[in-house]
Design a protein around this ligand. Structure first.
Ligand code: PMP
Length: 340
């Protein structure tokens, strides 16, 4: 019998799936790590679990305590599920602008949502800064205390990928891996997998796939943070070097516009049955670019970060996509004409 003792034991150990079209196109073996198969349907379950385990080990999170985070999505869902399973409460500060699907999902996972106006990071009322202040308030008023998950600068996030994602990829490929590509939100995935894989083989090429509007492509390609343009992809893009990114070796950088990543998402769904969110399209586009740079015969791994149903009202909504001047495939609009 193979039985998980609880939902937490079901986090990680995701399959590595061969991406047929991307592999055929490049003559490489391009593999996607199926992170959408985690219990919260995203890669962020790993970080959520490690952040909570770390706080328990440090003694800052005690039975009945509150986990506070400023997040719009996947991290909040992961934190709420892990917190439920371990007997903690979750309070999520979320910008009002976030999609109803995400708010609904967070609520049904049991998180208490505090909706605030969306203002930039520099503003003291930014949702992440508010979450930090709220933690101090709850730490004083709640009998069992409160912790700030702080995913951007809490390196328990990248430790999840050093200790789980990287060794899983190594085992699943029998060490026959030449390159790894990932987009960055907090940087936990890219930095953690880079550190973990390079410790096993320093020749593995690690690349960032960055959407327009993020400052990191310029940083890793040209040495200075600079953001230009915009993208519809959610959960990725970053304007600074977070504590999670700090010190990680990133060999190459690719900037991936929506026009390149979005058609890949539709193709992966229609031809390979993979229902994915937009950041996975950026990752697969980055893997194709790295494959072309390395040449045929190489093995490249990337992340399939989250499940597509979370983006029904955006990426999979023809009206939304048309308003953004992005391509809409025929099948997304097609109604059945089978008579019954
Ligand atoms: N894709 C999606 C959909 C995400 O929500 C995130 C996390 N914000 C990422 C990719 C990037 O992961 P990381 O925070 O580890 O950089």
């Amino acid at each position: 019998m193979t039985i998980s003792s609880d939902i937490i034991a079901a986090i990680g150990n995701t399959p590595l799936i061969k991406l047929k079209q991307a592999s055929q196109l490049t003559g490489c073996t391009i593999l996607g790590k199926a992170e959408f198969m985690n219990p919260g349907q995203s890669v962020k379950d790993r970080a959520a679990l490690f952040i909570i385990k770390d706080a328990i080990a440090r003694g800052t999170l005690r039975p009945g305590g509150v986990v506070v985070e400023g997040t719009a999505g996947n991290t909040g869902i992961g934190l709420a599920l892990v917190a439920n399973a371990l007997g903690f409460r979750t309070v999520i500060v979320i910008p009002q602008t976030q999609s109803q699907e995400k708010k609904d999902m967070l609520r049904l996972c049991g998180a208490e949502l505090i909706e605030v106006p969306a203002v930039p990071f520099a503003n003291p009322n930014n949702y992440v800064k508010l979450a930090g202040r709220l933690t101090a308030q709850l730490a004083a008023s709640e009998p069992s205390g409160a912790i700030f998950a702080n995913q951007f600068d809490n390196v328990a996030n990248r430790n999840a990928h050093i200790e789980t994602t990287a060794p899983e990829i190594w085992r699943q490929t029998d060490g026959k891996i030449d390159g790894f590509v990932s987009a960055v939100g907090t940087g936990g995935t890219l930095a953690g997998v880079s550190i973990g894989l390079k410790a096993l083989n320093p020749n593995i090429q690690v690349a960032i796939a960055d959407p327009p509007g993020s400052a990191l492509y310029h940083y890793y390609a040209h040495g200075a943070l600079k953001a230009e343009g915009s993208s519809i992809t959610e959960g990725i893009g970053q304007g600074r070097i977070t504590a999670n990114l700090d010190g990680a070796v990133i060999d190459r950088a690719y900037q991936i516009p929506d026009e390149e990543s979005v058609p890949l998402i539709y193709d992966l769904l229609q031809h390979e049955g993979l229902c994915l969110g937009g950041s996975s399209g950026v990752n697969v586009a980055g893997a194709i670019r790295l494959a072309r740079d390395l040449g045929p015969g190489h093995t490249i791994v990337t992340m399939l970060c989250d499940y597509g149903s979370r983006y029904q009202s955006k990426l999979f909504n023809p009206d939304f996509m048309r308003a953004k001047n992005l391509p809409v495939p025929d099948w997304l609009e097609k109604r059945s004409n089978i008579a019954v």
